[in-house]
Ligand binder design. Sequence first.
Ligand code: HEC
Length: 155
Amino acid sequence: MRATVFALGCLLASAGIVAAQQHGHGSGSAGPSETRLFVKLPDMMNSHMLANMRDHLLAVQQIQAAMAEGKWDEAAEIAEKRLGMSSLDSHGASHIAGFMPEGMQAAGTSMHRAASRFALKARDAGVTPDWPGVTAALADVLQACNGCHAGYRTR
Ligand code: HEC
């Protein structure tokens, strides 16, 4: 699956096809009050991205469960590997990113950075307890999720 998405991404990118962007004309538009920018991704790439999004949410849940048990290293590792800068390769971000407008790419980058910052905070918390600091760092991650969701849609 990942290999196919990769191949598709490269094929389309090299063919010079640029993702069309428009307001409110995609399938599934939420109506006239829709303010999110519609970003057209190839179908397979979109389902790959959405699967990835569901994993993001799962990761957040698993991070919180680890925090609740005081497993700071585990929380840090989930954040870094599944959401942080280290996750970029594993989810083929660079291929999908080529189809995203700049602002959306930036929103993705700030989410990945926030997750890596959270991972550092969580590791520190294993040594020096800091619930408020770690919780705030996790809130920053979720704020970045919400920032992108507020601005863009792909269906
Ligand atoms: C760079 C932009 C971006 C970032 C950052 C982002 N998302 Fe998303 N996410 C999207 C888009 C676009 C959709 C599709 C929304 C639509 O078209 O209605 C989506 C959809 C989802 C969905 C629905 C998946 C489905 O199968 O329908 C979930 C869950 C989700 N995101 C969770 C997250 C979580 C959790 C984070 C942060 C850890 C996150 N997202 C960060 C862009 C982003």
